[in-house]
Design a protein around this ligand. Structure first.
Ligand SMILES: Cc1cc2nc3c(=O)[nH]c(=O)nc-3n(C[C@H](O)[C@H](O)[C@H](O)COP(=O)(O)OP(=O)(O)OC[C@H]3O[C@@H](n4cnc5c(N)ncnc54)[C@H](O)[C@@H]3O)c2cc1C
Length: 385
């Protein structure tokens, strides 16, 4: 693509859309953000007031726009996050590129290539304090990565450290007494949970009741949890079972050839190269479709990569090579995330993922000064500014 000539459509004005807007602008493109709501900020515009960020703000921040000093706490409130995102948009003067109250109802290729032509393409776009536990290079050494053999380098060390941390956390939080010992190991991806302040105090006081169950059913008084004889009396049930991103996407795609590519019954995940582009769907990128320890960090990195791709600085490999990479990544996710596989989570492999993007962009992967800092200091968005 040639900078300055191309219109970029961005659906959504949350952090992912704003980042995509900022980075494509920086390369001279003309972005338009379509946002169905009446303000930018995405999920942070309308969230329960008591919600706080669960990721420390040091990693949940824009790489070129630090949190203001007025936000002193590590886990800002919903309103502070919302204000921060809004001020990012104002700071980069992004609001003039956003069309509010504009819902995109479907995506299609008008007068696009025929199905036959499409299958001949060879290149996408060718024509067209927790952070210390995972976000540093030393700990990345302990994480199994895509393409690594099962008995790679330090499997035993990995296992030992995982067991040590598990036993420490189990003891500290008295998990056995509370019947909350997880079934998965510490190093399993996508299984980090951040709890609100005083969570376990409330468990001990009895105002929070924890129940481990595979299934539950409804009854007139509330809910019967598998294994319990008495029903739990409840007035309101909240199913915090996650978003249905794939369903939304399938509904939006009207071009049959592409809809079929994503609407495969055997997969709940979108096979995305670098978590961003589908090898066989050109001119379309996905931001924020993968989860991570800090989603903003990942969206920021991916948008920088995407901007370089659009700018022509980096070239994608062939469809075959991308598909090979995606399937290697898929296999890895199945091995390391188990039941959480469908959530497409980077989590502990974040630095490894950033390294892949940096290599693609021709950037240095080791971005700290000094060996020890490189090994032990957590990686943050500002390291890639
Ligand atoms: C309560 C809560 C707490 C969270 N805490 C954390 C945390 O601590 N750490 C973390 O990393 N992540 C957290 N997350 C995850 C959070 O979703 C991401 O961090 C991030 O805000 C997602 O941004 P996004 O732009 O990708 O998506 P969203 O914020 O969901 O933005 C998507 C935008 O697209 C718009 N849109 C959707 N469809 C259309 C359409 N068809 N046409 C036009 N506009 C459309 C929506 O209106 C929305 O504004 C939390 C999420 C919630 C709900």
């Amino acid at each position: 693509m040639t900078a300055g000539q191309n219109e970029i459509g961005i659906i959504g004005g949350g952090i992912s859309g704003l980042l995509a807007c900022k980075y494509t602008l920086s390369k001279g493109f003309n972005p338009t953000v379509f946002e169905s709501r009446d303000e930018v900020g995405g999920v942070w515009t309308k969230t329960i007031r008591t919600t706080k960020l669960q990721t420390p703000k040091s990693v949940y921040q824009f790489s070129d726009f630090p949190w203001p000093p007025s936000v002193a706490q590590d886990f800002p409130t919903q309103n502070q996050v919302f204000e921060y995102i809004q001020s990012y948009a104002r700071h980069h003067d992004l609001l003039k590129y956003v069309k509010l109250n504009s819902r995109v109802v479907r995506v299609s290729y008008e007068d696009g290539p025929s199905e036959e032509e499409m299958w001949k393409w060879t290149l996408w776009g060718g024509t067209v304090p927790l952070e210390y536990l995972s976000q540093n290079r030393f700990l990345q050494l302990l994480v199994h990565k895509p393409g690594e053999g099962i008995l790679s380098t330090i499997t035993l060390v990995r296992w030992g450290i995982s067991k040590f941390v598990e036993s420490h956390v189990r003891k500290k939080l008295r998990l056995a007494k509370r019947d909350m010992v997880p079934n998965h190991s510490f190093l399993k991806l996508c299984s980090v949970a951040t709890l609100p302040e005083g969570f376990f105090d409330r468990v001990d006081q009895g105002s929070i009741i924890l129940k481990k169950a595979q299934r539950f059913s409804f009854c007139s008084q509330g809910v019967v949890v598998d294994g319990d004889t008495e029903p739990l009396k409840i007035d309101l049930l909240i199913l915090a079972t996650g978003f249905r991103g794939m369903d939304k996407l399938k509904a939006a795609f009207i071009w049959p050839a592409f809809r079929d590519l994503i609407d495969k019954e055997d997969t709940t995940r979108l096979p995305l190269y670098r978590t961003c582009v589908h090898p066989r769907i050109p001119q379309l990128a996905f931001i924020g479709f993968s989860e991570s320890f800090a989603n903003l960090f990942t969206s920021d990195m991916t948008c920088q990569w995407l901007a370089e791709l659009l700018d022509g600085t980096l070239k994608l490999p062939s469809i075959k090579e991308m598909e090979k990479d995606v399937s290697q990544w898929d296999k890895y996710m199945k091995q390391s995330s188990g039941e959480y596989y469908s959530r497409y989570c980077l989590d502990a492999a974040q630095i490894w993922y950033n390294d892949q993007l940096c290599k693609d962009m021709g950037w240095k992967t080791q971005r700290k000064k000094g060996f020890l800092r490189e090994l032990f200091e957590p990686y943050r968005p500002m390291d890639y500014a």
